[in-house]
Design a protein around this ligand. Structure first.
Ligand SMILES: NC(=O)c1ccc[n+]([C@@H]2O[C@H](COP(=O)([O-])OP(=O)(O)OC[C@H]3O[C@@H](n4cnc5c(N)ncnc54)[C@H](OP(=O)(O)O)[C@@H]3O)[C@@H](O)[C@H]2O)c1
Length: 388
């Protein structure tokens, strides 16, 4: 076997679901930095067919999937890639790691299929664990599959816990939050905030939905839910703190009182490459280094209940279990969409979600179909309220 073949055989095969989004494009940036490490086996998107086509020409995936028209798909197929449903794509032999970077609940079924096929999951899509945390983590454990958190906060917790040995010596997780675009907006003015203002994130560049979730702190509630399921930590032992600089990505306190934190300038490429390279670390000159004296003070403050009413509401529904968190996620999707299209105000996001979930019929021990139904139910109830 020649050297190139040997290197090719050692490459990790990636299926990137949602390759045209914020996380997806940054995942491809990491691949671009380490072409000898990774092979792009499959790419998927919803409608960004032109971008998917460019990605296909550059990375030469074997498979693709999109929801575009037949003539648009033909353009991508012309690059030599075959169309493959994500449920089948994730099980392809050449795939080692499935990156779940789509928004909403579309990642759940392919994630479960990937787990059943024994593939590692590099998990960006929060909804998967928010809606189906118990199902997904149980199935992963049963199949001996690693779920590698790619989101910066759970990734930071993972980095802090790794190497601590078997058995739980963790006593508390402290998840940091930037506070989002409206952290300094006077509370009295939140009522009239526009989508444009809510989308102006102070430290991170992300997709629209998650940027609004950041401004309501729903995103932080989702991370608490993720941490509960991914690290098996009790709800009461997870807290959040506002950290405006977004340098400390989270902290873990151990039983002896020691606290470990993971620090780095805000750049999603770092947690992405950490998850993709696991169990190695890779030097990437494109990623800025933390310079303490240049960064200046790192500050932490309590989060304000009045400013972020979504947070406690969301944790309350998550703690109920069953299909409540799935309904919450669906309702939040719809409420954010309604806000972004100008149909409701910023503070109404929490109000419509709370009102919509009043009518939700919980399933105590849900199957995957119940989870997806609950998400749709939450969404439909919000749209009904908004239209009404
Ligand atoms: N952005 C971040 O920094 C960040 C950090 C941590 C976690 N996350 C999580 O990662 C996930 C993705 O976030 P993002 O900010 O990258 O979102 P985004 O920029 O909106 O990208 C979403 C991706 O999903 C695809 N997609 C959407 N609906 C789809 C459908 N029905 N079928 C197939 N593909 C679909 C989109 O395709 P089109 O381009 O065709 O629409 C796009 O590729 C979310 O769950 C988010 O909470 C994001």
């Amino acid at each position: 076997m020649c050297m190139m073949q040997a290197m090719g055989a050692m490459k990790k095969g990636l299926a990137i679901l949602g390759s045209t989004g914020s996380v997806g494009t940054q995942t491809l940036e990491v691949v671009r930095s380490f072409p000898e490490m990774f092979e792009v086996v499959g790419l998927t998107c919803d409608r960004s067919v032109e971008l998917l086509g460019r990605q296909a020409r550059e990375f030469g995936p074997r498979y693709f999937h999109c929801n575009g028209a037949p003539d648009e798909k033909a353009l991508i197929a012309a690059t030599g890639a075959c169309e493959r449903d994500p449920l089948l794509l994730v099980g392809e032999e050449a795939v080692d790691v499935v990156v779940t970077a789509t928004t909403g609940d579309v990642a759940i079924a392919p994630t479960l299929a990937a787990i059943d096929a024994g593939k590692q999951i590099a998990l960006a899509n929060k909804e998967t664990v928010v809606m189906a945390g118990e199902l997904v983590t149980e199935r992963a454990e049963m199949n001996g599959v690693d779920i590698l958190p790619l989101d910066s906060e759970p990734n930071a917790i993972w980095q802090c816990i790794r190497g601590e040995g078997e058995g739980s010596s963790v006593s508390r997780l402290i998840i940091t939050a930037s506070g989002g675009a409206l952290r300094n907006t006077p509370i009295a003015k939140l009522k009239s905030v526009t989508p444009r203002q809510a989308l102006r994130h102070p430290t991170w560049k992300m997709g629209r939905k998650i940027t609004v979730d950041s401004a309501t702190l729903m995103n932080k509630a989702f991370e608490v839910i993720e941490a509960h399921w991914l690290f098996g930590v009790d709800w009461d032992d997870i807290e959040i703190v506002i950290h405006p600089q977004s340098i400390v990505h989270s902290m873990v306190e151990f039983v002896d009182g020691s606290v470990k934190a993971q620090l780095s300038p805000p750049d999603m490429r770092l947690p992405i490459q950490y998850a993709l390279a696991y169990p190695e670390r890779m030097a990437n000159p494109q990623i800025a280094r933390f310079r303490p004296t240049e960064t200046g003070a790192l500050t932490f403050q309590e989060w304000e209940r009045e400013r972020y009413p979504c947070f406690e509401m969301a944790i309350g529904f998550a703690r109920r279990g069953g299909t409540w968190p799935a309904a919450l996620s669906g309702a939040n999707d719809a409420a954010v969409e309604a806000f972004l299209s100008g149909r409701i105000g910023f503070l109404e996001i929490e109000q419509v979600i709370r009102a919509a979930l009043e009518g939700h019929r919980n399933v105590d021990i849900p199957e995957i179909g119940d989870v997806l139904d609950a998400g749709r139910d939450g969404k439909a109830r919000v749209f009904e309220l908004v239209e009404g």
